[in-house]
Ligand binder design. Sequence first.
Ligand code: NAD
Length: 482
Amino acid sequence: MTTHVINNRRVAGASGECIDVLDPSDGQVFAQIARGTAHDIGVAVAAARRAADGGAWSRLAPVERGRLLRKLGDAIAAHHDELALLEQRDCGKPVKQARADATACARYFEFYSGACDKLHGDTIPYTPGFAVMTWYEPHGVTGHIIPWNYPMQIFGRSVGGALAAGNACVVKPAEDACLSLLRIAELAAECGFPEGALNIVTGYGHEAGQALADAPGIDHISFTGSARVGTIIAQSAAKRHVQVTLELGGKSPHIVFADADLDAALPVIINAIVQNAGQTCSAGSRLLVQASVYERVLAAVGERIATLRVGPAAMDLDVGPLIRASQLERVRAFLAPYRQGGAAGRLVAQGRIVPEAPAGGFYAAPTLIADVAADAPLACDEVFGPVLAAMPFSDEADAVRLANVTDYGLVAGVWTENGGRGLRMARALKSGQVFVNNYGAGGGVELPFGGVKSSGYGREKGFEALYGFSVMKTVVVRYGGQ
Ligand code: NAD
């Protein structure tokens, strides 16, 4: 059985119970992880507290902290293939995707390693005889709750930023996929991270996750996951007045104007919905197309979707399996009304599940549905599967109305050759990120990322993340004279 990693050591859980880990490609159990309890979380938080409150981690100069992060980034790069293989099996990611995730994780540590000694405050002009300065200080101990769709990438962006700012971390990965992160914690120990700086407790969300959100020794919580659980986390944190970063879901639109360069747009639009089998918070899951080119775009997108092949992760096809049976049921439930003719809309195209795909795997074919009503669940709710919902718009104002109508606001893509319109749209869209003539589902280590509305609040990635993982202290010194 796999164990937690606390104080740089593999530690068995107090309960001795474990959770089966399934391979999404065939639905078979291939590993077990420890079922963490509130007790295990308490041990990890205590270890992190010692590291943060005067321990070796808190005494490191920023430049030394940066060197350790760089070492860890290099170690992740050196173990790239091993980590990618773990992620491939654990999440059902096609080989290319798993490898891209390992590369991105190393890159986060590279990026944040260089930021550790550059997080400086200001001096502020004030009353004569006074010196005023601002300092960025770590919160102390940060808790990180990570989902299963991109364990390594989300760990890199969240924990990388928190460590860079000087916090000690307690991480609760998703019960469905955490093997790569346990290995990275071992690598951190080998790189010389002081005890307690990075701790990982595995387990269920409602047990270990809830215990982490409620733990009195946690000073900040970074949560990435569903809007439903985000509300629970925010409520837990509010009781103790602890800051939270919420990276939640999305229903991100691609908005294609009649003057768009379709050759450039179409491959990006398709990738943004099939990447990671659509299980991406920033998946481009809505396709809004100006009416005059609507049928043309549907035909071209449909043609490409029909060529996509779905199969086991190891076959490295266009699309792998979904994470688990319940996720597959969820996707099927969204599609059922369109298959049965119970909802307005038409099924334009579907990809193909290859015959080699084991019957026990969780496979969903990429699907394009057109003429979806703007208030239909498929247009408003996150499917978290490879399903693209298309609808036409008349003009710029109509595009903005449709794009902003959902509760979410994470990412938006605008496709137009009219530069002014691209900027007007960027201004009008209620979204944490807007891409004009490109799209970054999950990409861009340097780019601040986060949502508005039900997509959450706070920013991770980029230098901006360091402000969220720090507390500003204002120091006012009266030195007299004058
Ligand atoms: P989830 O909210 O069910 O689980 C996410 C994490 O929270 C897991 O580690 C889980 O164990 C934990 N958790 C569950 N209940 C908890 C509780 N009561 N207390 C504490 N922790 C708890 O989400 P999911 O199904 O794992 O992931 C899919 C969702 O995550 C989607 O909505 C997706 O959009 C979102 N997501 C967002 C981003 C982003 O950056 N905005 C990135 C990836 C995923």
